[in-house]
Design a protein around this ligand. Structure first.
Ligand code: FAD
Ligand code: DHB
Length: 390
């Protein structure tokens, strides 16, 4: 097979790029390791920057998001029994975020790809990248006993943190920065009314908790747990009891509990791989960088990579201009590092760190006090949360 752009990974990054390129007549193929059902079964992000929402509309995939997603122009930070609001709109000249689940967004992208006859090949095995430094790279994968070859101009590695693309770059070329946090997030999805119309990020002596949602009848809650905990250790009852204990009393009293539909633990990790280009391979999204979920930056950072890549490929194919491709890694990384900083900051502000010395705890407290005493600090939080410009 032959195509212009070979995309590894059918998560939101790969599908969005595929859709955008196809709309401009740029032929591409997406190779996804798992089935569509498996990809849609993963419950992940819930908060989208308005820049991402705009990109979904440009990809002609914004209809359901605009009908069913919720615009949030603020969120709460709770501390013990106190709850204070961060006015996103007020601190950013009217900006907001969209609450719309990654599952729904990915479903919309799959539907759009199907409608346009997009080439998305599922259940591919042994994906291997070849001749990345040449003008004629190719990809192979196994389909049963057959090895299939795809020749392309460019390979896009959008295959997530555990994918094969980043690992295809020689070790002496790639510099990896990593920070692992000594805790994870236990997440529960439940068919219950969200406890609050806006998200609540809660700092407590027992650890962090987050009250989020997917709709007015579907809630998403998280609590910080030690990395050694297993999902099986947590019954629904134990989860609800611990969540309530970390929320202000007036919020806990309103919490509607129910059976969990999904329960999983995500590790908290910061990771950046540099550069994001090797020959004709370009990395995008979680394949190149991971943030702890606290600031809701992960999927949004993937979207900014796709924005830069889409425009760079458009310039190449429509105008013969390679400046965007040449500058991609540098430009994407500049924004990525700002998202890294913000996610680290918000994680540090709100979690309980087992190895903190009393000095660290006092600084954490001072950071919180400063935040709510300073319009400048609140503006900084708000402008990062709604998303820095692409
Ligand atoms: P992925 O979604 O990981 O997709 C990669 C795809 O590649 C997968 O489908 C995988 O099956 C496929 N693949 C892997 N290896 C191969 C291979 N060898 N060959 C072919 N295909 C392969 N982000 C936010 O912005 N806001 C949030 O509110 C938020 N909340 C989060 C909450 C949690 C609990 C978690 C875990 C993450 C959250 N994130 C959030 C992060 C967000 O989910 C990710 O950043 C996002 O999924 C990245 O998309 P991606 O397409 O780059 O990678
Ligand atoms: C969700 C996840 C986040 O990491 C976050 O900061 C906000 C919301 C969520 O899954 O709803």
């Amino acid at each position: 097979m032959k195509t212009k752009v070979g995309i590894i990974g059918g998560g939101p990054s790969g599908l969005l790029l595929s859709q955008l390129l196809d709309l401009k007549g740029i032929d591409n193929i997406v190779l996804e390791k798992h089935s569509r059902e498996y990809v849609l079964g993963r419950i992940r992000a819930g908060v989208l920057e308005h820049g991402f929402a705009a990109l979904m509309r440009e990809a002609q995939c914004g209809e359901r998001m605009d009908a069913e997603g919720e615009i949030h122009d603020g969120f709460y930070i709770a501390e013990g029994d106190k709850k204070r609001r961060v006015d996103l709109a007020g601190h950013t000249g009217g900006n907001s975020v969209m609450v719309y689940g990654q599952t729904e967004l990915t479903r919309d992208l799959y539907d759009a790809r199907s409608k346009m006859g997009g080439k998305v090949i599922h259940n591919v095995e042994d994906v291997t990248l070849h001749d990345l430094k040449s003008d004629a790279p190719h990809i192979t994968y196994r389909d049963g006993d057959d090895i299939i070859r795809i020749d392309c101009d460019y390979v896009i590695g959008a295959d997530g943190f555990h994918g094969v693309s980043r690992k295809s770059i020689p070790k002496d070329v790639l510099k990896e920065y990593e920070k692992l946090y000594p805790f994870g997030w236990l997440g529960v999805l439940s068919r219950t009314k969200p406890v609050s119309p806006e998200l609540i990020y809660a700092k407590s002596d027992r650890g962090f908790a987050l009250c989020s949602m997917r709709s007015q009848v579907l809630s998403r809650y998280y609590i910080q747990v030690p990395m050694s905990d297993k999902v099986e250790d947590w019954s629904d009852d134990a989860f609800w009891a611990e969540l309530k204990a970390r929320l202000p009393k007036e919020v806990a009293a309103e919490l509607e509990t129910g059976q969990s539909i999904e329960k999983s633990i995500a590790p908290l990790r910061s990771f950046v791989a540099e550069p994001m280009r090797y020959g004709n391979l370009f990395l995008a999204g979680d394949a190149a960088h991971i943030v702890p979920p606290t600031g809701a930056r992960g999927l949004n950072s993937a979207a900014s990579d796709i924005y830069y890549l889409y425009h760079a490929l458009l310039d190449h194919y429509k105008d013969g201009d390679d400046t965007g491709l040449e500058n991609y890694s540098e430009k994407a990384l500049a924004r990525i590092w700002k998202a890294q900083r913000f996610s680290w900051w918000m994680t540090t502000l709100l979690h309980k760190f087992p190895d903190n010395i009393p000095y660290d705890d006092r600084l954490q407290q001072t950071e919180m006090d400063y935040l709510f005493s300073s319009e400048a600090a609140l503006t900084s939080l708000a402008e990062n949360y709604v998303g820095l410009p692409f």
